[in-house]
Ligand binder design. Sequence first.
Ligand SMILES: [Zn+2]
Length: 157
Amino acid sequence: MKLETLFFGMVGVGAVVLILNFYESSKWKNSIPDEVLEKIDIEERRILERIEHLYSYKLDAPLSLQKLHPSMYGVTIFDGENVEIVLNRSRLKESLDYMIDDVMPHEFAHALLFKFGKYDGKDGHSREWQRVCLELEGSRCDRFVNHRDIIFGKIGF
Ligand SMILES: [Zn+2]
């Protein structure tokens, strides 16, 4: 192959990569891309259907995407009666798969146990929480996570 052809080939590939990167970040600039919202929506429905199937219970746990502290992926808020789940929208871009496979089942398991009155009195990562999280097909369900992700307080984050 001629050196010239190789050179222009590489410049061409570089340009395509740049354009794709630019496209990817401009998609995220003002809002969350539709395909991301749809993935979250599908996972939410999957979890709720699974809860209904396993426990014959319709969980009412509104899910929203908000800016949280950068160290957090998601939180479950409980006011003594209602539960709400908030995912950190700032971490969606770099951690979408983690959000869907880990964080969502993790938080829904907290929400369900709150509704069932089974809070462990500590950080919420009891053996029972782990069992529920695994039943909801969470991919890790680690009991010894080093963060607090449950909040007692007013709903309406
Ligand atoms: Zn947790």
